[in-house]
Design a protein around this ligand. Structure first.
Ligand code: NAP
Length: 478
């Protein structure tokens, strides 16, 4: 029997993707470095569909129809290079190697370029949704050549999550585009989680609302424009009571957030692209600060608070909801703007409507809001920034007073709201007629002769600061 696809790497993600493929009618050849995982999968879930057991990569390759599709789901990093190295001599021109792990997009670009020279397709795909998604329908972000998508797309679209009958999977763009988009997805996820955390802190520390009551508020919020997987699970987390102590679960959990690195990758990449992705950056830094437990302990003893004794307004819960909506929207706007910058840098034709659409199901950031975002980018006239789409320009205008009130109250009460406040600063920075960047240009010209432009003339200029302060036209040295 020829298998439609081979999967090598049968830990939790690979096993679940293989089962998902089999359940959808594809014959799946199975391989793992140590054969125990292959046999364990067959013993437990062999009934899920048609599997072909193989022990070596040669057997795996021999069992596949042509062009061969081999999906690698091993630990990201060196193991991926090692498996590619072993596979490459066994394959023929036109065959497709797929890396569905969380690889860095620069690694994917490098691997794709190297394998293209050997007439092999290399497809880096971002898969979101964790274990459960891999088994029952993830959000899938494939890169690689369009030609490879023609051979691979039908399988991926079948196993992806579906929303309104549409698969949460579409060809993203060449080489590392899929992994790049998955990385930014994870960055948005960081910001989305942080704004929910900030809303919790505001409601608890500002309005004294206990977690159990907040769980009900979040359930209510989940029925409106904030409806999303993350709001839904936050209600569950807030409502959970620790069996050992009878205390709210969130009060017995150590408040130091971990990370695996994709948020950090997003911020590094945003800095390299010069993309103002402040919400994602602040959410990564907020996790870092939370983990500086020794300094936090010392700061509680050493640093003054100086909080003002302000009463929160009656409308506080609704204000927080609106501020959460605005901050979340800005995080999406910044993430999508980063994709626009990356598309220019790497020559990708990223379709933001399709990307927003495939985040609607299967993944961690799935949210009602993505329907409107998809619509905004599907319009004949694409907005240069998500916030310029008429529906969102109007929505933000409506929540702006509450957003400002919440940030002002948080500052007075000493409640840190890094993403709420930086998102508002981004919004104000974007729309401000004159920014203090002019002063910075003056400083740069004075200490480093970096030159500046004038608002009333073409060209670049330099002031002779150490002489008579007259202005000269600068010679372009580039
Ligand atoms: P994992 O723990 O990252 O990796 C374990 C698998 O890699 C095992 O099959 C192991 O084989 C294999 N492996 C490790 N080094 C190898 C090498 N040098 N050569 C060949 N095989 C090697 O597995 P995972 O959690 O299923 O994740 C797989 C990928 O999906 C990762 O990139 C991960 O970041 C990504 N991902 C994970 C999740 C999640 O929720 N877990 C979600 C999205 C994406 P042996 O059994 O022989 O040791």
């Amino acid at each position: 029997m020829s298998a439609h696809i081979g999967v090598t790497g049968l830990a939790v993600m690979g096993a679940n993707l293989a089962r998902n493929l089999a359940r959808n009618g594809f014959t799946v050849a199975l391989h793992n470095r140590s054969v125990e995982k292959t046999d364990a999968l067959l013993a437990k879930h062999g009934d899920d569909g048609d599997f072909v057991r193989t022990e070596t990569l040669q057997e795996l390759v021999d069992s596949l129809e042509k062009p061969r599709r081999v999906l690698i789901m091993v630990k990201a990093g060196k193991p991926v290079d090692s498996v590619i190295e072993q596979l490459e001599p066994l394959l023929e021109p036109g065959d497709i190697i797929i890396d569905a792990g969380n690889s860095h997009y620069e690694d994917t670009r490098r691997r794709e370029a190297a394998l293209a020279k050997k007439d092999l397709h290399f497809v880096g795909i971002g898969v979101s949704g964790g274990e459960e998604g891999a088994l029952n329908g993830p959000s899938i972000m494939p890169g690689g050549s369009k030609e490879s998508y023609d051979a691979l797309g039908p399988l991926l679209e079948k196993i992806a999550a579906h929303v309104d009958g549409k698969p949460c999977c579409a060809w993203i763009g060449t080489d590392g585009a899929g992994h790049f988009v998955k990385m930014v997805h994870n960055g948005i996820e960081y910001a989305d989680m942080q704004v929910i955390g900030e809303a919790f802190d505001l409601l608890r520390s500002g309005a004294g609302i206990e977690p159990a009551e907040q769980a009900k508020i979040f359930e209510e919020w989940n029925k409106g424009e904030l409806a999303s997987f993350l709001i839904e699970i936050s209600a569950e987390v807030l409502g959970h009571v620790d069996a050992k102590t009878g205390k709210p679960f969130v009060d017995v959990v150590v408040d130091a957030a971990g990370q695996k690195g994709t948020g950090r990758w997003t911020v590094i990449s945003a800095l390299e692209l010069g993309s103002p992705t402040s919400g994602i950056a602040e959410s990564v830094f907020a996790r870092a600060l939370s983990s500086q437990t020794e300094q936090r302990q010392l700061a509680q003893e050493l640093l003054a608070g100086g909080e003002a004794a302000v009463e929160v307004p009656e409308s506080f819960v609704e204000d927080v909801r609106q501020a959460l909506y605005a901050s979340k929207l800005v995080s999406y706007a910044q993430g999508l703007d980063m994709l626009t910058s990356a598309a220019k840098e790497y020559g990708w034709d990223l379709k933001l409507d399709e990307i927003a659409s495939l985040w609607r199901g299967g993944c961690i950031i799935r949210a009602e809001l993505l329907k409107e975002i998809t619509k905004a980018y599907a319009a004949a006239e694409k907005p240069a920034n998500l916030l310029f789409a008429p529906a969102f320009t109007k929505a933000i205008a409506e929540v702006l007073p509450a957003w400002r009130r919440v940030v002002a109250t948080a500052v007075q009460l000493g409640i840190p709201v890094p993403v709420f406040s930086s998102s508002l600063a981004y919004y104000d920075g974007l729309r401000r007629k004159r920014l203090p960047a002019a002063v910075i240009q003056g400083q740069r010209d004075l200490f480093g002769a970096h030159t500046y432009g004038r608002v009333d003339a073409e060209g670049t200029f330099h002031t002779l600061w150490g002489e008579d302060k007259s202005e000269i036209e600068a010679v372009d040295t580039h």
